[in-house]
Write a protein that binds this ligand. Structure first.
Ligand code: TYC
Length: 118
């Protein structure tokens, strides 16, 4: 077979059949159409007011970064203006952006996050 996955799937699963009973499987000769989801970067933008410690905490709490990695990303954003917090499916990325922006708003910080398709 070439690229692209399994053909000749049996609809009844893969239970062994040595001939004692009629097979109930139906060969459907189709390729199961699975697609990897598109992935989206969550970007964080620099500003002049959000405390560095707040950004580091966000990266730890919402993006699962270690303290060292969180400091590295925060400093990258601080120096370069924008940085990647993580890469997720659309709904996960959107949820994280909303959670972070809500938290920043509650603390009256102007921190901004956006989503960018990979
Ligand atoms: N520039 C901010 C400061 O000097 C720190 C900061 C870093 C803010 C990253 C936002 O996404 C950000 N306090």
């Amino acid at each position: 077979m070439t690229h692209g996955g399994n053909r000749n799937r049996m609809s009844g699963g893969n239970r062994a059949n040595d001939g004692d009973r009629p097979s109930t499987g139906v060969s459907i000769k189709t390729r199961p159409k699975t697609k990897k989801p598109s992935m989206y970067k969550v970007l964080m933008l620099n500003d002049d007011y959000t405390p560095m410690e707040f950004v580091v905490n966000v990266l730890e709490q919402y993006f699962g970064k270690s303290q060292e990695e969180a400091v590295r990303i925060m400093l990258h954003v601080h120096q370069r203006g924008v940085g990647v917090c993580g890469v997720y499916t659309y709904e996960v990325a959107e949820t994280k952006v909303n959670q972070v922006m809500d938290l920043a708003r509650q603390h009256q910080h102007p921190l901004q996050c956006t989503i960018e398709k990979e």
